[in-house]
Write a protein that binds this ligand. Structure first.
Ligand code: NAD
Length: 476
């Protein structure tokens, strides 16, 4: 790998980490670009399909010994890796900032802080799992699925690989990670932390590369399970290929999540709902699968909501509080969705000052709020993956639930009400894997994943570990 002058952080000059050893990549060379400056950061030598096959072989070879370790040993390994990530936090933050353009504070707290928390939480959850239980005349035991291929996107470049690593390794599986090509450096940073933390050789392997290296893993019959996070289109295709040979799959895909304000909210709760929904929708420049991208409000409150949105929108400033989008293509795509919505009769709110001050270099998009959005229109149905919030007015609660459930996705949601029981009842009618009541906090122990086209399976906590297990019944 060649480092450019503007790369402040050295990373291992390798394209693969297999059986506890670094290998130079024998595949394509790819340039990693800083989306803030549009300048190259590094030339990465990616792995070849042969190296991907060797990584699967290494994971398979390391499997039995790792599966034979005790739950406590594996929990200790996760805790050691969490400690290592905390020790490497500065380096990792630099890598995330360069590749994603995330503001420093976000990179530190969320991108680097959360993965360490997830590892500790998974180690804690392991103690609550019924690894072996008696059911009638059977001993039912959880066994690791085997070799896991993990394929991840770029938007949370450390968290997504770590969420898979935590569940898979805790279950006793071994794995090969193929991260997104746009975030190869952060993945190298993770592999370096694994190496420094002293995890056994072959338990975690890394191959850098694009779709072709992902395809090599997906097509390898020695891979027992595919754990994929990314777009619904790719996930469906690669998942089907693995299911075809009766392999196991976990798919974490897209979302179009609603934030639903019920008609009983006080003005102060309405303020909170608007403020928190905007922050959630624009988190990571809108590149978050769980983003609440549709704000559903009672028709009678639409005017007040518009006023509040105008106030709070001014707080989200590209180049100051918000980073750029990952690429020119993504930025143009977001603008196309906005233009399409305007053509279909929506109105737009965009902070003029923020737009005037937006850096002209870098893939920045000034945040947008769209009003009078038709719930069946493209912008209300499809994932934009940019800072675009659609406001949809509804008549009664039944209609709100119908609109909330009226997309192909079901990943996350939020319900706002002064009556927690009522909010909970509405939450139960929402077809999604997570629902926050009045902005409830993220819980690293709670199962994470989607209904419908948002995916199959769950990550994190007890459920996340169990998804990497096969139950076996032994009868007496
Ligand atoms: P993507 O589907 O294009 O790519 C994801 C990963 O799949 C990358 O590593 C890519 O190299 C690989 N890939 C692409 N084609 C492949 C193929 N044919 N065979 C094997 N691997 C292949 O997604 P993206 O654009 O990188 O990420 C954005 C998407 O990810 C959004 O739709 C977002 O909602 C979703 N996402 C979902 C979650 C979740 O947990 N549900 C989390 C983050 C992102």
């Amino acid at each position: 790998m060649t480092r450019h002058e503007n790369t402040p952080v050295p990373v291992e000059p390798h394209g693969a980490y297999v059986s506890g050893a670094w290998q130079p990549g024998a595949g394509e060379t790819r340039t990693v670009v800083d989306p803030r400056t549009e300048l190259p950061v590094a030339e990465v030598s990616e792995a070849s399909p042969e190296q991907a096959a060797a990584a699967v072989a290494a994971a398979a070879e390391a499997g039995p010994a790792w599966a034979a370790t005790s739950v406590e040993e594996r929990a200790q390994a996760l805790r050691a890796l969490a400690a290592q990530l905390r020790q490497d936090a500065d380096e990792l933050r630099h890598l995330v900032v360069q590749e994603l353009g995330a503001p420093d504070a976000l990179a530190e707290k969320l991108h680097v802080g959360l993965p360490a928390t997830v590892l500790d939480a998974t180690a804690e959850a392991a103690g609550e799992i019924a690894w072996q239980r008696r059911i009638g005349n059977s001993s039912v035991e959880l066994e690791p699925v085997g070799v896991v291929a993990a394929i991840t996107p770029w938007n949370y470049p450390l968290h997504q690989p770590v969420a898979k690593l935590a569940g898979a390794l805790m279950a006793g599986c071994t794995m090969v990670l193929k991260p997104a090509e746009q975030s190869a450096l952060t993945a190298l940073g993770l592999a370096r932390a694994v190496d420094r933390a002293g995890l056994p050789a072959g338990a975690f392997n890394l191959v850098l590369g694009g779709p072709e290296i992902g395809a090599a893993l997906v097509g390898d019959p020695r891979v027992d399970m595919l754990s994929f996070t990314g777009s619904t289109e790719v996930g469906r295709r690669v998942g089907a290929q693995v299911v075809e040979r009766c392999g196991r799959v976990a798919l974490e895909l897209g979302g179009k999540s609603p934030s639903i304000v019920l008609d009983d909210v006080s003005d102060s709760r309405l303020e909170a709902a608007v403020k928190v929904t905007l922050a959630n929708c624009f988190l990571n420049s809108g590149q978050t699968c769980t983003a609440w991208t549709r704000l559903l409000v009672p028709r009678s409150m639409a005017g007040r909501v518009e006023e509040l949105l105008a106030t709070y929108l001014a707080r989200h400033v590209p180049g100051v509080t918000m980073g750029p989008l990952i690429s020119k293509e993504q930025a143009e795509r977001a603008e196309r969705y906005v233009a399409g919505a305007l053509n279909q009769g929506a109105r737009m709110l965009r902070d003029r000052e923020a737009e005037a001050r937006r850096p002209r270099t870098g893939h920045y998009v000034t945040p947008v709020v769209l009003f009078d959005v038709d719930p069946s229109s493209q912008v209300a149905q499809e994932e934009v993956f940019g800072p675009v919030l659609s406001v949809i007015a509804y008549g009664d609660e039944r209609e709100a639930v119908e609109i909330a459930n009226g997309t192909r996705y079901g990943l996350a949601a939020c319900v706002w009400s002064d009556d927690e029981e009522r909010a909970t009842a509405v939450a139960r009618r929402i077809r999604s894997g997570q629902v926050d009541v009045n902005g409830g906090r993220f819980n690293p122990l709670a199962p994470f994943g989607g209904f419908k086209s948002s995916g199959i399976g769950r990550e994190l906590g007890v459920f996340g570990v169990e998804h990497f297990c096969e139950p076996k019944s032994i009868q007496y």
